[in-house]
Design a protein around this ligand. Structure first.
Ligand code: ZN
Length: 104
């Protein structure tokens, strides 16, 4: 379990943290508030695995290509899981489409 940035209690499950990416929110099981990961830190954590998978496109040996792809996928799951910190998500986002009219 991961600590929620709102209540600082272990309210975010490991599975939820593993699939968390920018645009997806995790709901704390204890306080119910939303948290997410910052896009820049998530992207930085994806770089090592991406490099391995790109390298796999240019190797000739099929076994090496498989190894690079498999390790690349593992890193693309493990690095964001381990190294991207959770941050508080705005609880009440601005309502879109709402027109504010001046009060009389
Ligand atoms: Zn919480």
């Amino acid at each position: 379990m991961f600590n929620c940035p709102h209540c600082n209690n272990p309210g975010i499950s490991n599975l939820l943290k593993a699939v968390l990416s920018p645009g997806l929110h995790a709901t704390c099981k204890i306080c119910g508030k939303l948290s997410s990961v910052r896009y820049s830190s998530w992207l930085a954590a994806m770089i090592p695995g991406s490099i391995l998978m790109l390298t796999a496109l240019f190797v000739r040996a099929e076994s090496l290509e498989w190894i690079l792809n498999i390790v690349g996928v593992i890193l693309m799951i493990a690095f964001p899981f381990l190294f991207t910190p959770l941050r508080k998500e705005n609880e009440d986002p601005p309502q879109s489409g709402r027109i504010d009219r001046p009060a009389d």
